[in-house]
Design a protein around this ligand. Structure first.
Ligand code: NAG
Ligand code: NAG
Ligand code: NAG
Ligand code: NAG
Ligand code: NAG
Ligand code: NAG
Ligand code: NAG
Length: 312
């Protein structure tokens, strides 16, 4: 495991760590549309002022931070390495697979506990204007990791999360991880311009519309099912389930249909991946929004009294 992580470290340094930065921004912008006004007001006090209260703007920070000497410790929090063998066997066991030093599941759990305290600080009036960096970081990490955990190759140990699995996409030689991080979302959105990091793009806005319609047949699974585990009072349990769902796609599609020598953009692989990526991105956004609402204003744990005193 240690060697594996070291290898990942050196590889990732030269390539993408996660969903492309702007895909993270877009997941955050989608999540914002699910926040209650009260949640939005609380988060605004937690985030550093430069984000203007927007988790979408803040959602890509974690990758940049992981590449600084100061943030190096958080690098491995972006994934969980399974010891399975997709497409033959997919299996994610938190106790066995979460590396010493943390993984995406433990990081979500840890930062969720921290953020609960931060929300209390805001409600008691002791935190305003994003002045507590522990709190701003917790919110930024959660906004990022709920995205990462939905990317199938962030819940897979094979080929270093697909980073050493060669692939061709649109005549470009790349690797499978990058195909899922960026090439497929961009092909699905059918745009050549980089997604905005300031505002929601039409492709992602249309996903929000589909989520809100909650039509059974619109996604591979109905959105209400995505929230089966969405209680921040059991963060490790829920994050493990989310990672297990992503991991299953590695057997059901990602490695089952991949071919290193054919162009995935035109072979049918990308088109077949569109419904999966649309659902995984949408899941991430709905879960993030729900998670934050439950912590800020919900009844996931007892905040009722504090709610009464809030004047935001
Ligand atoms: C900051 O957010 C507010 C409220 O959402 C918005 O009206 C304002 O235009 C934003 N400012 C900037 C600089 O983005
Ligand atoms: C939990 O988060 C704190 C603050 O970011 C960090 O110092 C600590 O290492 C984390 N612990 C785990 C187990 O992730
Ligand atoms: C910031 O928030 C964290 C998490 O609740 C808390 O441990 C810490 O004491 C706070 N820092 C300040 C300066 O209030
Ligand atoms: C790939 O390259 C071939 C030959 O150079 C070209 O005909 C084809 O249009 C290219 N495909 C894409 C998707 O760019
Ligand atoms: C993608 O965009 C191009 C150019 O705007 C358009 O011609 C094409 O029909 C679009 N493809 C799909 C599948 O929507
Ligand atoms: C946002 O996108 C613009 C245009 O691509 C880029 O110049 C800028 O650095 C990005 N901002 C952040 C915070 O990444
Ligand atoms: C990949 O595609 C090539 C060319 O179509 C084919 O010869 C090869 O058998 C395929 N490999 C797998 C593992 O399906």
């Amino acid at each position: 495991m240690t060697m594996k992580q070291l290898l990942i470290g050196s590889l990732f340094a030269a390539s993408a760590v996660a969903w492309n930065a702007e895909v993270h921004n877009q997941i955050g912008f989608m999540a914002e549309t699910f926040l209650t006004p009260k949640t939005t007001a609380i988060l605004q006090q937690i985030l550093e002022p430069k984000y203007n209260g927007s988790i979408g703007k803040a959602a890509a920070w974690a990758d940049a931070y992981a590449h600084t000497p100061e943030g190096r410790f958080s690098y491995q929090w972006h994934w969980i390495d399974t010891e399975d063998n997709p497409p033959t066997l997919c299996h994610l066991n938190y106790a066995q697979d979460c590396a010493k030093g943390g993984c995406v599941v433990s990081a979500i759990a840890n930062q969720t506990e921290i953020l609960k305290g931060c929300i209390k600080h805001v409600k008691s009036g002791s935190l305003t204007g994003g002045t507590n960096l522990t709190c701003s970081y917790a919110l930024k990490w959660i906004s990022h990791f709920t995205g990462d955990i939905a990317q199938p190759l962030h819940a897979s140990g094979r080929a270093v999360g697909g980073n050493t699995f060669r692939a061709i996409f649109g005549n470009v030689s790349t690797e499978l991880h990058a195909v899922w991080d960026g090439y497929i979302p961009y092909a699905d959105a059918n745009v050549t311009k980089t997604f905005s990091n300031q505002t929601i793009e039409p492709f992602f806005a249309s996903l929000v519309t589909r989520i809100l319609q909650d039509k059974k047949d619109d996604f591979l699974e109905s959105p209400e099912k995505w929230l089966a585990c969405s209680d921040p009072s059991t963060p490790k349990l829920c994050a493990t389930r989310w990672a297990q769902e992503s991991n299953k796609w590695d057997c059901e599609y990602v490695y089952k249909n991949v071919n290193s020598t054919t162009d995935l953009a035109t072979s049918g692989y990308a088109v077949g991946a569109f419904p999966i990526i649309e659902m995984q991105i949408s899941k991430a956004a709905l879960r993030l929004g729900t998670w934050l609402n439950k912590m800020a204003v919900g009844n996931a744990y007892d905040l009722e009294d504090e709610d009464e005193q809030m004047e935001l």
